[in-house]
Design a protein around this ligand. Structure first.
Ligand code: PLP
Length: 426
């Protein structure tokens, strides 16, 4: 036994140097069984036309990119790079400086030896940006959502969640042992009836995306806050698709709808508009952040955000706090795309948001049309079940401040050609 495991270890350690690439395959019925089950499932996905391939980008993220297997630049309408900051020169420079000064990473979680002044400064900047008391960084907003609810809510309390909230909220809610109410998507009557039912519990928290990423629709936060105040509940929003560009100063949907002082906790990401590298955070009351640092599992047991990533996000926030010009540019680009597409007869979901879902219904149609768009040099991808409900397949177009008017017009022109070809528009 000892000698066998020792030889496995030594092969793992020294294998590459000795030229041993892989251990010889062994007949194993458990593995064969797994293989059969997985192959059948993979075949079902292919058969349903919902296989999600990955196109490989060979350039920086931006309005114009290159992809593997295709010569020349293509126009990219698919990133969450709303403000074009993921390849902004000042953002990248800040990342390089952080790399040089602070190194590649901390090889530690925050509470052991993984906190630098850089991290504390970014947390303070995030809190200032959102006008909240404090903020805490995570490796991603997925982690921020996974880590918050079980810390704040106990079996004495209750959580009321929009049925279409992001997958990471759903997972976070699953981990939390509180009383759970799911209300119909943006349905205030249903929310009110659930709030009435929940009155018997201690703390009540309404949980919603600020902007829902599949439809680009904005949660009615003013009315939600009215209900929260009437029924003594807290309001939590996940503002990943709004932070940096929604509202007059890009603070998010709470600023857009005039409720910054009525939404209690905001979770968001550094991986979209704010430079697009990675990272997420919670910002809100100091006591909330203090307790998260003590108890939140993805924070306690996962590595510190790398300094270059922190440097990039920090510069992105500086740019936004100095001027709202970038956010304003994006709004005008969005208007240009939406009005031209609607005039041509397409149905675009949501309202005024740079997420512009071109609604098509059929999964195969969405994916074929996306392929035809790529033929014309426009990078968009069809979304279908299970990412969106069955029968609601669409091509999601995302506008960025980095698109020129010409880029937008070129995208619309390609949609006109492809839409006519497939009989979607006259
Ligand atoms: C993208 C997104 C997340 C996940 O953010 P990451 O930082 O990439 O983990 C969470 N919630 C919503 C609503 C999102 O759109």
């Amino acid at each position: 036994m000892w000698s066998r495991s020792a030889s496995v270890v030594s092969r793992r350690l020294w294998g590459p140097r000795l030229g041993l690439e892989r251990l010889p395959g062994r007949v194993c019925s458990a593995l064969a069984q797994l293989h059969a089950v997985l192959e059948a499932e993979l075949e079902r996905i292919r058969g349903a036309g919902t296989w999600k391939g990955e196109r490989v980008i060979t350039s920086r993220q931006g309005a114009h990119i290159t992809v593997q297997g295709r010569g020349g630049e293509i126009l990219n309408f698919f990133a969450n790079n709303y403000l074009g900051l993921s390849s902004h020169s000042a953002v990248m420079q800040s990342g390089i400086e952080a790399l040089e000064q602070y190194g590649a990473g901390l090889s530690s979680v925050r509470f052991i030896c993984g906190t630098q002044d850089l991290h504390k400064n970014l947390e303070a900047k995030i809190a200032k940006f959102h006008q909240r008391e404090d903020a805490i960084l995570y490796a991603s907003c997925f982690d921020a959502n996974a880590g918050i609810f079980e810390v704040l809510l106990s079996p004495e309390d209750a959580l009321l969640s929009d049925e279409l909230n992001h997958a990471s909220i759903i997972d976070g809610v699953r981990l939390c042992k509180t009383n759970k109410y799911r209300y119909k998507h943006m349905d205030l009557d249903d929310l009110e009836s659930k709030l009435k039912e929940a009155q018997k519990h201690r703390i009540k928290m309404i949980v919603t995306d600020g902007v829902f990423s599949m439809d680009g629709d904005v949660a009615p936060l003013k009315e939600i806050c009215d209900l929260a105040e009437k029924y003594n509940a807290l309001v939590f929003i996940d503002d990943c698709h709004a932070t940096g560009f929604m509202g007059p100063n890009g603070r998010g949907t709470d600023e857009l709808l005039g409720v910054m002082d009525r939404v209690h906790i905001v979770n968001s990401t550094l991986g979209k508009a704010l430079g697009g590298a990675a990272g997420g955070y919670t910002t809100g009351p100091k006591a909330v952040v203090d307790l998260l640092r003590q108890r939140s599992r993805p924070y306690l047991f996962s590595n510190t955000l790398p300094p270059p990533v922190v440097g990039c996000a920090s510069k992105a926030l500086d740019l936004l706090m100095n001027s709202n010009a970038i956010a304003q540019t994006m709004a005008s680009k969005t208007k240009r795309f939406r009005s031209q597409m609607t005039a041509a007869g397409f149905t675009i979901g949501g309202a005024d948001h740079p997420i512009c879902p071109v609604m098509l219904g059929d999964a195969r149609l969405a994916s074929t049309m996306a392929d035809d768009m790529l033929q014309r040099g426009i990078y968009v991808i069809g979304f279908s079940y299970p990412v969106v409900p069955k029968g609601k397949a669409r091509i999601r177009v995302q506008i960025s401040a980095s698109h020129s008017d010409r880029d937008i017009d070129q995208c619309v022109q390609a949609f006109l050609e492809v839409g006519r070809k497939h009989g979607v528009i006259p």
